[in-house]
Ligand binder design. Structure first.
Ligand code: DHB
Ligand code: FE
Length: 280
């Protein structure tokens, strides 16, 4: 049986990818951020799963604004880095797990979630920056990855509650796969940031830290928070945080915090990071 061993949350700021790709991680601006992930990389090399289900958002790279699925699962064998305007990032192609992904979509759709099946797509910074933060710069990514894309770019995004419930369905799907696989679920994006309009540059450290507390301790109540609170308190792009609730829903209620890190600033974004071990 496949089983979920841990959940990881991390922000996905594209400038972090550029800092890694251009060898700037030791710059005074970036060093404290990358130092914050060093122990996490060590933990991950000691607790490497077979597969990561990586919950992220596409930024109009794979899906143009012509068609925007609310939830989409990558069922392909491979996912190439997307060209976001400066050429594709020089990172390895992401290896998928088509058989496991097909099982997940079958199970989750039959639990009444209308997922979009994606057989070909490129993956942008939303997916590749979390991989870089947690695996560094290997010649090949050391795990297989199933991308689970959530629309948080074009209004209306799904509610935190819907994401949390989908996480629960995802857990049942994982546990009904008849092969011994260890699985981590990663929730990415956030924390507070707003890239547009008069409030561009908004960061809300108290709200972010309360979100981290509540995600660990009281996710059921956190899942009831409406969009309006995310946008008001965490900025228009802070609504990316609903993806962290998808990860949390996929974990047991009982978790142990292995890592917690929060850092401001990284580009326009407050960076948050958690590793939660699933206690079953
Ligand atoms: C930034 C953050 C994001 O989440 C994103 O998708 C693009 C840019 C930023 O802080 O610059
Ligand atoms: Fe983003």
């Amino acid at each position: 049986m496949a089983r979920i061993t841990a959940g990881i949350a991390t922000s996905h700021v594209p400038a972090i990818g550029a800092a890694i790709d251009n060898d700037r991680t030791a710059d005074p601006y970036w060093k404290p951020l990358f130092d914050g992930y060093r122990e996490s990389r060590q933990w991950l090399s000691d607790h490497r799963p077979d597969v990561v289900i990586l919950v992220y958002n596409d930024h109009a790279s794979a899906f143009s604004l012509d068609i925007v699925p609310t939830f989409a699962v990558g069922c392909a064998e491979k996912f190439a880095p997307a060209d976001e305007g400066w050429g594709p990032r020089p990172v390895p192609v992401v290896e998928g797990h088509p058989e496991f992904a097909a099982h997940l979509v079958q199970s989750v759709i039959q639990q009444d979630f209308d997922l979009t099946i994606v057989n070909r797509m490129d993956v942008d910074h939303g997916l590749t920056v979390p991989l870089s933060l947690l695996f560094g710069q290997p010649a090949a990514w050391p795990v297989r990855v199933i991308p689970l894309a959530v629309n948080v770019v074009l209004y209306p995004p799904p509610s935190g509650r819907r994401c949390y419930q989908l996480g629960k369905a995802l857990r049942r799907a994982v546990e009904s796969f008849d092969e011994d696989l260890t699985v981590q679920v990663w929730g990415t994006g956030g924390m507070s940031h707003q890239l547009q309009g008069p409030r561009a540059g908004l960061i809300n450290q108290p709200w972010d830290n309360a979100f981290l507390d509540r995600l660990v301790e009281d996710p059921e109540a956190l899942a009831q928070v409406p969009h309006l609170e995310y946008v008001r308190e965490a900025g228009s792009e802070g609504v990316e945080l609903v993806m962290w609730l998808l990860m949390r829903g996929a974990l047991s209620h009982r978790v142990r915090t292995i890592r917690r890190f929060y850092h401001v600033p990284a580009s326009n974004t407050a960076v948050g990071h958690l590793i939660l071990e699933d206690l079953g």
